[in-house]
Design a protein around this ligand. Structure first.
Ligand code: IYR
Length: 227
């Protein structure tokens, strides 16, 4: 028999209309300042900010509430160095051989290349892993049980959105980096076979002279349709 749902009262904070608009504008103001930063200061970041941002990410909705994510927080310089070296080896191969001309042209306005110094310079690298399926071990026999996960891609994508927003609100800079292929992250970070690297996020303060590409976001009229 499947378990019966247990319900409890919803904890919902009803705001007056003026407060709703104020918060909505303030969130928009802060989120519009978020940029993908590729030049980080080595200045340390309080771990409490990282922990709270991961708590916020962990509050995201997920398929069947399976929470199919693991956030690996890397600050050890030796591990960061290994991740940088492995990422750069893959990226060099991608930029020089694997990526199509069309892809390289799409990326040209961002000015990216295979070099990834941010993986060593940012004080924290959060590597988000997606649990493609559940993996449990029986406490007595050690027998392995696997369970299906539903909508894990969507779930982890939503959680990463929460994570980026939380880090931004906390006054930190981030980059979403997806070196491809990312298998080396499972090995370096010793993750179990059900976990797949989803994205690597350097977190910290921008370098004093950090520059970002002059690009813009589509206006509301181009992205919203009212019916
Ligand atoms: N992963 C490479 C290439 C790259 C791809 C996309 I799509 C971007 O938006 C940015 C970069 C890199 O990190 O350089």
């Amino acid at each position: 028999m499947p378990p019966k749902p247990i319900f409890q009262p919803l904890n919902f904070e009803r705001l007056d209309a003026a407060e709703q608009l104020r918060r909505s504008r303030e969130f928009l103001r802060v989120m519009r300042q978020r940029r993908s930063v590729r030049a980080f200061s080595r200045e340390p970041v309080p771990l409490a900010l990282i922990e709270n941002a991961i708590r916020a990410a962990g509050s995201a909705p997920s398929g069947a509430n399976q929470q199919p994510w693991t956030f690996v927080v890397v600050s050890d310089p030796a591990l960061k160095r290994r991740m940088r070296q492995a990422a750069e080896a893959e990226e060099k191969e991608s930029y020089e051989r694997r990526m199509s001309q069309e892809w390289l042209e799409a990326l040209a306005p961002l000015g990216t290349d295979w070099q990834k110094p941010h993986i060593e310079e940012a004080p924290y690298i959060i590597v988000v892993f997606r649990q493609a399926y559940g993996l449990d071990f029986d406490a007595d026999s050690g027998a392995e049980t696997r369970s299906r996960h539903y909508y894990s891609e969507e779930s982890v994508g939503i959680a990463v959105g929460f994570l980026l927003a939380a880090l931004q609100i906390s006054g930190l800079a981030t980059l979403t980096h997806t070196p491809s292929p990312m298998k080396f992250l499972s090995e370096i970070l010793q993750r179990p076979p059900n976990e797949r690297a989803f994205v690597l996020i350097p977190v910290g303060y921008p370098a004093a002279d950090a520059k970002v590409p002059a690009i813009s976001k589509k206006p509301l009229g181009e992205i919203m349709v009212l019916r």
